[in-house]
Each structure stands twice: as structure tokens, then as C-alpha cells.
Design a protein around this ligand. Structure first.
Ligand code: CMP
Length: 140
């Protein structure tokens, strides 16, 4: 399987509860490497632009409000099949349906406060990584 890079965001519920280390330990134990990382407080414009594809969804306004409610950690994960691996390790979006041992089963509070975001495909990964990082900020 190819070595890929994908965008991971640790959401405000994860930073608020001081869980970033515990969550990242799961990615690292699974063999993914954190090759870029920054902690930032998203503006409404940034969160709105990042989630533009969900603009028509009923949860969009709440999602933007939640994602700007506290700091996030944006990071690039690298490894074999990293795009799918990241999503597997996180588990289903809704913690009630997430498999045992996943980040969301263990830590998420709700479908909104669900600890993390992961790019859902190759195109999204390229777009989302470049949303947060310049090429020179990614060090493998
Ligand atoms: P994420 O992977 O960041 O991408 C879109 C986010 O929208 C998703 O994680 C969830 O946190 C959120 N989301 C998806 N469906 C719902 C929903 N039905 N209600 C509230 N938030 C949702």
C-alpha cells in the first residue's frame, strides 16, 4: 500500500479536555507519523471555508460554532494507507456507533464533539493539508 499524507484535526472538545496526547498516542501506536502540527484557534471565516462542502446541511452553523469554540490542533499524518487508517483509528463519526478501541468510542462526547476530523479521500486530503500547511512546514 502507498505511503499517504492526510489531514487530522483534534477538535475543541479534545483540547478542552486535555486529550491531545492520548489521542495522538493512538495514531502513533498504529504506525502513523505526525509530520506537521500546529495549534490554532479557527476564525469563523476559516471554519466556514474548511467545511464549505457542508454549507447546505442543517448542522453547518452549529459545526462552525463548535469548531471556533476553542483551540484545535491541525496535523498531517503520514503512513501506509494513512487516509483510511486515520479514519479507522478514529472510528465512526457518531460515538454511539464507533467500534471498541477507537478514539471516538473511548473519548468522543457526541457526533459534534467527536474529538477529530480526518480527510475522507485522496482529493480531500490534498486540499485539506494545503488549507493548513505550506509544503515547507511538512517534515517527514
Ligand atoms: P468531520 O469529520 O469533522 O466532518 C463534518 C462534521 O460534521 C463531522 O465530523 C461531525 O462532527 C459533524 N456532523 C456530521 N453529522 C452531523 C450531525 N448529524 N449533527 C451534528 N454534526 C454532525
Amino acid at each position: 500500500m502507498a505511503i499517504e499524507r492526510t489531514l487530522s484535526i483534534l477538535k475543541p472538545d479534545a483540547t478542552r479536555r486535555n486529550l491531545t496526547g492520548k489521542i495522538n498516542a493512538k495514531f502513533e501506536e498504529a504506525g502513523l507519523r505526525i509530520v506537521a502540527q500546529k495549534r490554532l484557534h479557527l476564525s469563523e471565516a476559516q471554519a466556514g471555508a474548511f467545511y464549505a462542502e457542508h454549507k447546505a446541511r442543517p448542522f453547518y452553523k452549529d459545526l462552525v460554532s463548535f469548531m471556533t469554540s476553542g483551540p484545535v490542533v491541525a496535523q498531517v499524518l503520514e503512513g501506509e494507507g494513512a487516509i483510511a487508517r486515520n479514519r479507522e483509528i478514529m472510528g465512526a463519526s457518531n460515538p454511539a456507533s464507533a467500534a471498541a478501541g477507537t478514539i471516538r468510542k473511548e473519548f468522543a462526547e457526541s457526533i459534534e464533539a467527536n474529538c477529530g476530523h480526518g480527510s475522507d479521500g485522496t482529493e480531500a486530503a490534498a486540499r485539506e493539508v494545503s488549507f493548513f500547511f505550506a509544503g515547507t512546514e511538512i517534515v517527514g
